[in-house]
Design a protein. Sequence first.
Length: 258
Amino acid sequence: MYVEKILSFRPSAVEGYPSTLFEFAKFLLRTGKKIQVKAVFCSSEPLHKHYRETIEQAFGCKVFDFYGLAERTIFATQCQEHAGQHLNFEYGISELLDEEGNDALGQEGVLVTTSLENFGMPLIRYQVSDRTMLIDEPCACGRAMPRMREVVSKYEDMIYRVDGTAISPSILTHPFKLIESINQSQIVQLDAHIVYCLKSSRLTVTTIVMSASYWRLFEARVGEDMKVSIEYSNHLARDPSGKFRWVVNQSISGEQLL
Ligand SMILES: [Zn+2]
């Protein structure tokens, strides 16, 4: 039904969350249906390599990742080089600050953004919980606007060991992506307990054994004093906005950092 609806108005581009587009792309490939567009735009969630490859294969075009906020203070877009996102300074001014509020030169920092477009609710030096860093080299596309690396983490998406040290989601990688029967995974932290929720289309003994072996690698990173468990479910939780977060921290320590 979605396919017919989309084909009926012949779009030149498609936009969506990476996780949703990934599921839709797999459906297109599985059923042999074709939606040919010039570009796919996505934002708001990590665009994993295997998401990008599958979406590009299904839609027959490149995926352009962009970053923006509902508050309309920042708009950063990928160019044809697909290497970082150019900061569009005519839209808003973006700064990256370290923990002390100084310029985070050459390192990861917190985004502080000022709107130049939103006259109804202008926000000045509005700090968000997303972190990223600038890329020093000029882009091969020739645009002079600075680029930032993909935003990989939010405070609420950090996992914390029992001793309080943080583990960035970017180093957790996507440990289950090699198991074909695992469609989606989500790490949920509840204080000293981490649950790895897995959605599987074909839950076989092989899937369970392979999941457990990957899970042991993860256990080594979070520490022995952390309780860990795997749950299989057909439905992984999304935010009220519909956004999927693959690392969710519901612990008190996670909330305190917001
Ligand atoms: Zn560029």
